[in-house]
Ligand binder design. Structure first.
Ligand code: BGC
Length: 913
């Protein structure tokens, strides 16, 4: 009998459902163990209130005749949830023969504090703020004791800690760490939104004296952050803390422990906590028992009363946020120990990653100092820190002088593969065994897998996943190591369609897009170049200058989320932002009026390999052509989006604009036969994929693209703008073999060149490291930028051949990317879509057959998994053509013989979504 699994609210995953901002969450579920003819004809939702950990009171039971199992509405008969309410839902369903499934397991969700009126605490700060000094400040330790007698303790049914800081914080209760978030409360546009977190602290309370302690450091809020060295105090001049602990007793009484003027504050052992420069921890300055009620050093010079400062401005929304918290995801052991030519000890973790080092078994004298310096690469055998620019990336630990000390930074993170350790007092074997790299990022659910018969391509795929991991830390960033780590919108605009295939990043990006719109409103309608807008204090160009691609993120990112999930709510949420941006695109004031104003500077095909290292915008493709291609692409999406959201006037407006823009584009940039005035890979790729050509022009344009690729010896000639589309353009026009020629090329510039150079993440530049191992002289050289990793989408969709046909995967296609000569003899892709896991795996081999007139013949075996709720169009290479089958849920296998001369026929490809 069919089994209901994975019941969930909106786009949340356990354990991230405590303290959410939802009042009528939609509900989804999947099926397992279905028979092939199973059809859901009705479902029943049972909503219960959870009044104590194990007591469920049914609020409503709603049965509906419906085949829907994804994002079904909150039942009408259940009142909207209110602040602090905890609900449980379970589901059962009926099939066409009226057989009911068993009830699913219960799924839980708890609402956070929905209104400012729910907050009763004061915002507190250390009396020595605001920071007058230009340099960074030490962390602050806040503490408050409270008493719970034994009878009170035994009558507690629920205890929650609602907490946030302007800065970054870690809380402890009675000496134990609360929760497992890293760099909480995360980075948002702090002038508009501040996230708080909710923790279940019931099990941490004890009879008698209790203590809550919170350490707060500057973080993104007032630490140095930004572009070209950044600024301090962008969102405020001092850190602050808001704490509200609510202890609910079985009588209904709620005891509150609130941040207020009765709290004490002291300077903590973290003497420096900076995102760029790193952390300095002086263990001699620890205050033993600082977060417990045990006797502590009550030296008044140490502990001072806090300041109650003005309540948080009403213009700042206190929000639970939507993105998953940043956590310690994985610990990695070093793979080797290197003694550098200058005699330094460097540990190699074998993987460029983002997080920090964890040291244990530290032994030495009080005051001994261990220094950890980080870098992504070595140059001339030494740590190469030049690409970090104005960023030290150094953590220092000063020993307490006791046995087996341990250290890991709390309020900083680095992008590194290598860590140089100075001052280790033990032998180098003990260092090797006592060191781990802790990988940190937003704790999104992995959503995809890809592998194939080509080891270098598999490594490329792994590098792309690692670059996404490294740059999805609270917000989507450009790079995680140097003095930027900013939410550069263009990088995300181009990578979002790939990102959604690798991880479930719906909530992560939904959260960031809210900030994006906030920054956009502050700047009068033109989005910021980076969100959160750390360029606010800069009078420079990145404040309020319209920029194609970077600002098209307003449309491209929500569209990627919609395509992946079919969830129109994200389009509705961002519609105002999209329409506002479109109204701000500066249009040509003379002559043609539907395209970009020609005098506006655009970044164009950023980092085209032919651009000089110091001027990445000077690529071979006209930057205006690139800007206009993206404008037309955005317009075509706005036609669809306004239609989906039923905005007919806007649909007409965008359709008219799109028609005239495309006509002006053709007049300006395309010859009657289909040549582009910028005779470049990017120009043709964009023209083909964005449908800028007339049908009659496509073959000529495609031939020209193939010619350019061959002329360039299959090397890449694209930057940020063209890279996501070049292979797809070739595949769409029947040149999959040429696309494979580019994909499998190992000469620089290519996707595999960095892999052959030992890369473990995607580089910012095609040649961040030069063939002789030296590092590109360009002042902007990172080894961890996801933009060029957009090719992972091609791996899924064209090599493995698994692609979405309808938004949300209700219909998907499988079309093995097998071609004659078998550059790939097998490929597998799987993806967790809203309905379950879609999967395809194919294996091909050459077979000896006598009667094929010298043509090569191959056998292909294909397996496809189709979850309930989806339909799959399978394209099976067969003979000299392609056989199409439409299949429903279940596991399917296909086998056929096919003939191929090396060119994969375009009709074999499933239609695009
Ligand atoms: C970033 C890029 C970004 C660009 C735009 C760089 O410094 O690292 O990824 O998009 O600036 O100017």
């Amino acid at each position: 009998m069919a089994r209901i699994t994975n019941v969930r609210f909106e786009h949340y995953h356990a354990p991230n459902t405590l303290g959410v901002e939802e009042i009528c969450p939609r509900i989804s579920w999947n099926y397992e163990d279905i028979l092939t003819d199973f059809e859901q004809i009705a479902y029943e939702l049972e909503v219960s209130e959870v009044s104590e950990p194990s007591k469920l009171t049914v609020i409503s039971t709603t049965k509906l005749s419906s085949s829907a199992s994804y994002l079904v509405p909150w039942p009408h008969s259940s009142p909207a949830l209110v602040s602090r309410q905890r609900a449980a839902v379970r589901v059962r369903a009926w099939d066409q023969a009226e057989n009911a499934t068993a009830w699913s397991c219960h799924t839980y969700l708890e609402v956070g504090l929905l209104s400012r009126n729910d907050w009763h605490c004061k915002r507190i700060a250390a009396p020595w703020g605001p920071h007058a000094s230009p340099g960074p400040d030490t962390e602050e330790l806040y503490r408050k004791e409270f008493h719970l007698d034994i009878s009170t303790l035994s009558s507690i049914i629920k205890a929650r800690l609602y907490i946030t800081a302007q800065g970054v914080y870690e809380a402890e209760i009675n000496g134990k760490r609360v929760g497992d978030h890293f760099m909480a409360p995360g980075w948002t546009a702090y002038d508009g939104r501040l996230q708080y977190q909710t923790y279940n602290v019931g099990g941490m309370l004890v009879p008698g004296a209790n203590c809550i302690g919170v350490r707060v450091a500057e973080g993104w809020f007032c630490g140095r952050i930004g572009f070209e060295g950044g600024h301090r105090n962008i969102w405020g001049e001092h850190t602050a803390l808001l704490v509200q602990m609510e202890i609910t007793l079985d009588s209904g009484e709620v005891l509150m422990v609130l941040s207020d003027g009765s709290w004490k504050v002291a300077k903590g052992p973290i003497r420096l906590a900076e995102i760029y420069d790193g952390e300095k921890y002086d263990a001699r300055k620890e205050i033993p028992g600082w977060s417990s009620s045990a006797e502590i050093d009550n030296d008044d010079a140490l502990w001072e009363p806090v300041l109650e400062i003005l309540d948080l401005s009403d213009s700042v929304t206190l929000t639970a946020g939507f993105g998953e918290p940043v956590r310690h995801i994985e610990a990695i052991k070093p793979v080797s120990k290197i003694i550098t030519p200058s005699g330094k000890v460097v540990l190699d973790f074998g993987q460029n990653l983002v997080g920090h080092v964890h040291l244990s078994n530290i032994n030495g004298m009080p005051g001994d100092k261990i220094t950890l310096s980080h870098a992504e690469v070595l140059e001339h055998g030494e740590l190469c820190t030049r690409p970090l620019r104005i960023c030290k990336a150094i953590d220092k630990y000063i020993l307490r002088g006791t046995l087996d000390e341990e250290y890991a930074p709390r309020f900083t993170f680095h992008g590194f593969r290598y860590a140089q350790v100075d001052g280790w007092t033990g032998d180098s074997d003990s260092l090797f065994n006592s060191t781990r790299a802790i990988v940190c990022h937003s704790d999104m659910r992995p959503a995809g897998e890809f592998s194939c018969s080509h080891p270098l391509v598999n490594k490329l795929y792994s590098n792309i996943v690692w670059s996404m991991r490294g740059n999805f830390l609270s917000v989507p960033t450009d790079c995680p190591q140097r003095d930027e780590r900013l939410g550069w919108s263009g990088d995300l605009a181009l990578f979002a369609p790939t990102a959604v295939l690798l991880y479930d990043c719906f909530n992560f990006l939904k959260n960031w897009l809210i900030d994006l719109e906030h920054d956009q409103i502050v700047l009068g309608g033109v989005p910021a170049m980076v969100t959160p807008n750390a360029t606010l204090p800069d009078p420079v160009w990145c404040r309020r200058v319209p920029c194609a691609i970077w600002h098209d993120v307003t449309i491209l990112a929500p569209w990627a989320l919609y395509e992946e999930t079919g969830d129109e709510s994200i389009l509705a949420q961002q519609y105002h932002s999209m329409v506002t941006w479109m109204s701000k695109v500066p249009r040509n004031s003379s002559g043609a009026t539907s395209l970009w104003e020609t005098s506006v500077f655009n970044l164009g095909d950023w980092l085209d390999p032919s651009a000089p290292p110091s001027a990445p915008w000077k690529g071979s493709t006209d930057a205006r052509l690139v800007a206009n291609a993206f404008l037309i692409h955005s317009l075509s999406l706005m036609i669809k989006i306004s239609h989906i959201l039923d905005q007919p006037t806007d649909t007409t407006h965008f359709s008219t604009w799109h028609a005239s823009a495309i006509s002006e584009f053709r007049n300006e940039y395309i010859t009657p036969t289909g040549r582009l005035v910028s005779d470049s890979q990017t120009a043709y790729a964009l023209a083909i994929v964005f449908n800028l050509l007339k049908l009659s022009q496509i073959p000529h344009a495609a031939d020209r693209l193939v010619y350019l690729v061959r002329k360039n010896s299959f090397c890449i000639g694209t930057g940020f703008a063209g890279t996501p589309y070049i292979c797809e353009a070739l595949a769409q026009t029947g040149h999959l073999n040429v696309a494979y020629g580019m994909l499998l090329n190992e000469k620089c510039p290519s996707w595999l060149y960095p892999v052959t150079m030992g890369a473990t993440t995607v580089w910012e530049r095609w040649d961040s490291m030069l063939p002789d191992g030296s590092i590109n002289e360009g002042e902007m050289t990172s080894f961890n930028h996801y933009a060029f990793g957009a090719i992972a989408r091609f791996l899924y969709e064209r090599v493995a051949g698994l692609r979405r046909v309808e938004a949300g995967w209700k219909r998907f296609g499988v079309s093995p990317g097998v071609i004659g000569g078998l550059p790939f003899s097998e490929a597998t892709a799987e993806h967790v879509c809203p309905f379950g896991t879609v999967r395809c795996r194919w294996v091909a081999e050459e077979v000896e057959v006598e009667d094929t007139d010298g043509e090569d013949k191959y056998r292909i075996k294909l397996q496809v998994s189709v979850p309930y709720g989806t339909t799959c169009e399978v394209f099976i290479p067969d003979g000299g053509g392609v056989r199409k089958e439409l299949v429903g849920p279940g596991e399917r296998s296909f086998e056929s013989l096919f003939v191929d001369d090396g060119s994969w026929p375009v009709e074999a490809l499933p239609p695009k979504s």
